[in-house]
Design a binder for this molecule. Structure first.
Ligand SMILES: Cc1ncc(COP(=O)(O)O)c(C=O)c1O
Length: 364
């Protein structure tokens, strides 16, 4: 049997009844946008993540865009981030006329290398935007110290880290804003697009609420130019059901990852390293392997999915290359050549992990 990167079907079978019941209730209510389920989800996620505010928006990309805007980022500003992430992280900075400044990554975690941030800070730098890549928290202790020292705003990209904690605190509550994605394949995923912004600051949270709804505090009164970026009730129903299981889902991801790492002991493979005070929730299980093509081909022939996150770092993307021709980020570039993500999801079985690992080892 083929093994996909994510198996949403098996997961759905388990929670289908509850989801269908909730969806039917929304259909009967005919309230589809920003209704009681979105409100309840906002309360429940805020409680789970240990933050004062959680605001549902239309996607993780919008979460970043609105958060950066509410944090006051605009034309001429620089925002320091990682080049080893999904394009949305940098896009959100560019939407506002600001410039993403890419800092190389830590070879062990694939997260931004905190020792290299300071050299990139200029008078134009307004914020740090770390990504908790693959579900492993970035080095928040050092990042917070840098933010304090240089008076920088902190916006966390938590698209891949729902439920990951760092030193006992959930990601998303360390700075001005945390930005989550509910893309279906995420650790907490809806059945369509969705996102969430978290904050501990009452004023900043209120500003985001206004921005997501056409700059309106009161119906038909518009104080700023805002956006149409709202979460819908159908997604909120689905996410509320899944939120009840997120601890278990993340625990199963961790157990599966650890089992992989036991099976994949080989001199040519580097399995993921859990480093520092963060608890990895394995949105991706990503190994480093020099002969990636050979491994991918063997997996494909065996009917096993695999993926490269990310083959082209952001500073090498066509959209950013022009201004960054001179930039070399060797650790990132090396990772882009060698990373390979294997199927990981809560429902993955031991037998499947054994089969996948055997194919990988045999290919080498
Ligand atoms: C690191 C990262 N940032 C941002 C996003 C954007 O989220 P969305 O697809 O919900 O817009 C994603 C996911 O796609 C992501 O992985």
């Amino acid at each position: 049997m083929n093994i996909p990167m994510v198996d949403l079907k098996t997961q759905l079978a388990d929670i289908r009844e509850e989801i269908e019941e909730g969806l039917r209730a929304v259909l009967d209510s005919t309230q589809f946008i920003l209704g009681p389920n979105v409100q309840a989800l906002e309360k429940e996620t805020a409680a789970y993540l240990g933050v004062n505010h959680a605001i549902g928006v239309a996607s993780g990309t919008d979460a970043l865009h609105l958060a950066l805007r509410a944090a006051g980022i605009g034309p001429g500003d620089e925002v320091i981030t990682t080049p080893f992430t999904f394009i949305a992280t940098a896009e959100a900075i560019s939407y506002l006329g600001a410039t993403p400044v890419f800092v190389d990554i830590d070879a062990d975690t694939f997260n931004i290398d905190v020792d290299k941030i300071e050299a990139s800070i200029t008078p134009k730098t307004k914020a740090l935007l770390p990504v908790h890549l693959f579900g492993q928290p970035a080095d928040m202790k050092s990042i917070l110290a840098l933010c304090r020292q240089h008076k920088l705003k902190l916006i966390e990209d938590c698209a891949q880290s729902f439920g990951a904690d760092y030193d006992g605190r959930q990601t998303g509550g360390f700075g001005e804003f945390g930005c989550f994605s509910f893309f279906p394949s995420k650790n907490l995923g809806g059945y369509g697009d969705g996102g969430l912004i978290t904050s501990n600051d009452d004023e900043l949270a209120a500003a985001v609420r206004v921005l997501r709804n056409h700059g309106s505090r009161e119906r038909y009164c518009h104080s700023v130019i805002g956006y149409n970026s709202r979460l819908d009730e159908l997604q909120a129903v689905i996410l509320r059901v899944k939120l009840k299981h997120i601890e278990r889902y993340n625990q199963l991801r961790r157990e599966n990852a650890h089992y992989y790492s036991k099976r994949l002991r080989h001199p040519q493979i580097r399995t993921p390293l859990e480093k520092g005070a963060g608890k990895h929730v394995y949105h991706q299980y990503t190994i480093l392997v020099s002969d990636r093509e050979r491994v991918q081909k063997a997996l494909q022939e065996a009917g096993i999915a695999s993926a490269v996150y990310y083959p082209i770092p952001l500073h090498r993307q066509e959209v950013y290359r022009g201004s960054l021709n001179h930039v070399t980020l060797p650790v990132t570039e090396d990772a882009a050549q060698k990373v390979l993500s294997l199927p990981i999801y809560p429902e993955l079985t031991r037998e499947q992990i054994e089969r996948i690992s055997a194919v990988v080892l045999q290919a080498l």
